[in-house]
Design a protein around this ligand. Structure first.
Ligand SMILES: *[C@@H]1O[C@H](CO)[C@@H](O)[C@H](O)[C@H]1NC(C)=O
Ligand SMILES: *[C@@H]1O[C@H](CO)[C@@H](O)[C@H](O)[C@H]1NC(C)=O
Ligand SMILES: *[C@@H]1O[C@H](CO)[C@@H](O)[C@H](O)[C@H]1NC(C)=O
Ligand SMILES: *[C@@H]1O[C@H](CO)[C@@H](O)[C@H](O)[C@H]1NC(C)=O
Ligand SMILES: *[C@@H]1O[C@H](CO)[C@@H](O)[C@H](O)[C@H]1NC(C)=O
Ligand SMILES: *[C@@H]1O[C@H](CO)[C@@H](O)[C@H](O)[C@H]1NC(C)=O
Ligand SMILES: *[C@@H]1O[C@H](CO)[C@@H](O)[C@H](O)[C@H]1NC(C)=O
Ligand SMILES: *[C@@H]1O[C@H](CO)[C@@H](O)[C@H](O)[C@H]1NC(C)=O
Ligand SMILES: *[C@@H]1O[C@H](CO)[C@@H](O)[C@H](O)[C@H]1NC(C)=O
Ligand SMILES: *[C@@H]1O[C@H](CO)[C@@H](O)[C@H](O)[C@H]1NC(C)=O
Ligand SMILES: *[C@@H]1O[C@H](CO)[C@@H](O)[C@H](O)[C@H]1NC(C)=O
Ligand SMILES: *[C@@H]1O[C@H](CO)[C@@H](O)[C@H](O)[C@H]1NC(C)=O
Length: 687
């Protein structure tokens, strides 16, 4: 049934971003100044008077006086990073010291140690012997990569120390300059406030993971202190290893590892693109990996110094560097960089294909992956990622005008797809098996089979989405291939599966209870950044590690919701370089309002969706959707409003007046419309 309606002339569509004021900047967690001051006290021990004098909100400029053995744990209210300084006003007694300890989680607050970075043990405090009044500043190698809590400790039984201020000099995200930490190019907002917090926490997580290249983890204990040890001393740590060239580099985690890991980039990079668009750190990270490619084509498991120390090769992380090159090119338009690395891409892909055996599948002969267990043989995750990377190679080949390998690559891809479906699809479970000799149905391989298009048909996608969701526990989506683990990394891919399967509300529910209710709001978390992994029972134990204190609470691989909210919920999808072609495909689930935008070198993209009836939770009620794309681009629109049998009215908006529009009917709640040009468009879906 066609429903007619009147379109208002919208004089102020206010879609395009005017001036530098980015909408919803009140949600941005990044500070305007790099000088950070604690916001509250968490514990006061021993005789400390006026501990609150050191807080940002301190009404007086008084001092905090530490007498005898005493200390204060300060809370920054969110995870932060930097080099600590404090001003000593006076010291009474000889041999006086001040110690500083840091921790991301409240679980590891201690006057004697920081949380951990080594495979075993807790990290050394910073000790400052005092020689009178003045400013004391930690050396640059003792910048702490991430902490929410900082304890100031006076360890001596006698004597006293008066401190007038403590500050932290934030050094992460140097590309943002002195005053640009809040200069985001992207935004997101919807009627579920916790999802807004999740979007911005993902962006802040990535800012903390983008570091000065000279401030990587020196890994001095790797292979020396083993995870099976119980230490009765604290462990030294130095963040002073040069891990890349250039001014900034994207690492896996802010506290740890502070190294370039290509797998982690696959989630972090799209989330950076839709928020800060800080592509410098991505390029420098990729360069640090490509420079290590050996003559066989093998790319490193991680950047320096990890790869050199361990010598491990990972079938999947090798390919993630190629996925990283694809993403960097599409987001940046840096054709020179792509062209300069194209031969390395081809050599690397040929290396992977050399492991494809007569079955048609790659036989994985190295267990290294994202620290899951059982990676080997005809593994579904590794083969899906290979299938995906071949598709990216086919796409890039036309960009660089070198299609000489395409027929060969296509034939490999066809073989992988057909063998994976005949050998690894378990129709009784409605999921792929990890390999032929197991009944384990992994989260990673099932997600990648959908994302890569390895699935043979849509009913497999539907089945994978519902079967993964049916395994959820109270704290998130499990990854049984890594023990009793919830992996925010692999669950970031699972979000995409639910959108692709036409089940957006599942993805929104997962973001809501896993990322917001648990990963932000649980009191052991930082309420600002996302943790690398934890247990299905909600304990902050990540199965691959025995040392719970070393878990990173700011890990870029956990930021999947940030890109998903912009690209799937608001639906702005750049399909080719810099969004020269795009698709607008809003999938709001039960949300009643959604707004997002970001920029590329071609200009600003934005979208705003409003449900017609905001008081119900039924999706079949229609909505208006206004979107904007830069002049000179073109794209398509995809609507999926389950249960809606009405129509889609489309109208181009120009200079404040409406031009003529047209409408088409929905079929099974869906409509696909192509041949849009850049501009501002208004769409009304009526049920
Ligand atoms: C004060 O404590 C520090 C750190 O424990 C210690 O090295 C120093 O000797 C102590 N000073 C005195 C006078 O005991
Ligand atoms: C240190 O001793 C001097 C002289 O006894 C006193 O004036 C000052 O308040 C004391 N300072 C502290 C920090 O205890
Ligand atoms: C903060 O640290 C950086 C080194 O990373 C240094 O260049 C800068 O001068 C420091 N800023 C302040 C205010 O100490
Ligand atoms: C960040 O934005 C502010 C306000 O628009 C501007 O003054 C400043 O120059 C920007 N900083 C950087 C590094 O882009
Ligand atoms: C601890 O692990 C190291 C390295 O894997 C190994 O060499 C050592 O034998 C182990 N020690 C014990 C007591 O298991
Ligand atoms: C720490 O352990 C070592 C060896 O296990 C032992 O020799 C040493 O006395 C212990 N130190 C303390 C302070 O307990
Ligand atoms: C890193 O810092 C440690 C501790 O100060 C120092 O021993 C080491 O030489 C430094 N390494 C580099 C590469 O600067
Ligand atoms: C920096 O660039 C040089 C020249 O390409 C290269 O040899 C070196 O390995 C790079 N360093 C890192 C840490 O990537
Ligand atoms: C196809 O690619 C494989 C793996 O890179 C290579 O061994 C083979 O020679 C290629 N075949 C052709 C016909 O180019
Ligand atoms: C097949 O998968 C299972 C479950 O992950 C694993 O235990 C086993 O080692 C894998 N087989 C090979 C050859 O890696
Ligand atoms: C994979 O390669 C290994 C090492 O060559 C071999 O032992 C194993 O049987 C192969 N796996 C399969 C599934 O062919
Ligand atoms: C590929 O060919 C097209 C058409 O000839 C040309 O415009 C483009 O610059 C070429 N791209 C590269 C990377 O050489």
């Amino acid at each position: 049934m066609m429903v007619s309606f009147t379109i208002n002339v919208l004089a102020s569509l206010a879609l395009a971003r005017v001036s530098s004021a980015i909408p919803y900047s009140e949600y941005i967690l990044a500070p305007s100044s790099r000088t950070l001051v604690p916001t509250s006290t968490r514990f006061v021990n021993g005789s400390v008077s006026n501990a609150k004098a050191l807080l940002a909100s301190s009404p007086s400029s008084g001092n905090a006086l530490f007498q005898g053995k005493s200390g204060v744990t300060y809370d920054f209210g969110k995870n932060v990073e930097g080099i600590v300084s404090f001003d000593v006003d006076s010291v009474n007694g000889t041999g006086q010291y001040i110690g500083i300890t840091f921790t991301e989680s409240s679980l590891w607050i201690s006057p004697d140690s920081c949380d951990g970075t080594a495979d075993a043990g807790l990290d050394d405090p910073l000790w400052f012997p005092l020689d009178g009044s003045g400013t004391y500043t930690a050396l640059p190698q003792y910048r702490r990569g991430a902490f929410r809590y900082m304890s100031v400790v006076h360890p001596n039984d006698t004597g006293s120390v008066s401190i007038s201020s403590t500050t932290v000099n934030m050094t992460a995200n140097p590309a943002a300059g002195a005053d640009g930490l809040r200069n985001y190019t992207g935004y997101f907002h919807c009627n579920e406030d916790k999802l807004n917090r999740v979007f911005y926490a993902g962006a802040w997580t990535s800012q903390l993971c983008s570091i000065e290249p000279s401030a990587g983890d020196a890994l001095v204990h790797l292979g020396v202190i083993n995870s099976n040890e119980t230490l009765n001393y604290t462990v030294s740590w130095y963040n002073n290893y040069t891990i890349a060239n250039g001014t900034e580099v994207l690492t896996d985690g802010a506290k740890r590892d502070r190294l370039v890991w290509p797998g982690d980039m696959s989630v972090a990079v799209p989330s950076i693109f839709v928020s800060t668009n800080d592509l410098t750190s991505i390029r420098n990270g990729l360069s640090s990996l490509f420079v290590l490619q050996n003559s066989s084509g093998a790319l490193p498991y991680a950047g320096v110094p990890f790869g050199q120390i361990t010598g491990a090769f990972s079938f999947t992380y090798h390919l993630y560097s190629l996925i990283g090159l694809y993403n960097y090119y599409v987001y940046s338009g840096d054709i020179a960089y792509l062209t300069a690395h194209w031969n390395q891409f081809k050599l690397a892909l040929a290396y992977s294909l050399s492991f494809v055996d007569s079955s048609g599948l790659q036989n994985v002969t190295s267990s290294a992956d994202w620290l899951r267990f059982g990676m080997g043989g005809h593994n579904i995750e590794a083969n899906s990622i290979l299938y995906h990377t071949i598709q990216l190679g086919l796409s890039l080949s036309t960009v660089v005008n070198d299609t000489s390998s395409n027929a060969n690559w296509t034939s490999y891809a066809d073989g992988i797809k057909s063998a994976a479906n005949s050998r690894l699809w378990d129709s009784s479970a409605g999921l792929y098996r990890d390999n032929e000799t197991t009944t384990l149905h992994p989260q990673d391989g099932n997600c990648w089979a959908v994302i890569s298009g390895l699935v043979a048909n849509n009913s497999q996608t539907t089945s994978i989405s519902s079967n993964l969701a049916s395994r959820w526990g109270p704290y998130g989506a499990p990854a049984p291939e890594a023990g009793a683990t919830v992996s925010p990394f692999i669950s970031s891919f699972e979000l995409q599966v639910h959108f692709i399967a036409g089940a957006p509300q599942r993805a929104l529910d997962l973001m809501s209870f896993m990322w917001a209710d648990f990963m932000l709001d649980d009191p052991r978390m930082t309420n600002s950044t996302f943790i690398e992994g934890y247990s299905t029972d909600g304990s902050l134990h990540y199965a691959p590690y025995t040392n719970d204190a070393r878990v990173s609470h700011a890990h870029g691989w956990a930021t999947g919701p940030t890109s998903a909210l912009s690209m799937y919920v608001a639906g702005i999808q750049p399909l080719t370089v810099e969004g020269k072609t795009w698709q607008m495909a809003p999938r709001p689930g039960n949300l009643t309002s959604v707004e997002a935008g970001f920029s590329t070198g071609l200009g600003d993209f934005s979208a705003k969706l409003t449900r017609s009836n905001s008081s119900t939770t039924s999706t079949a009620q229609g909505f208006t959707y206004e979107f904007s794309a830069p002049a000179g681009t073109n794209g398509s629109l995809s609507i999926d409003e389950p249960g809606c049998e009405g129509s889609v009215w489309i109208q181009e908006m120009g200079m404040g007046t409406s031009t003529t529009g047209g409408s088409i009917g929905l079929v099974n709640g869906t409509a696909e419309v192509s041949d849009f040009t850049g501009g501002t468009w208004r769409v009304k879906v009526t049920c």
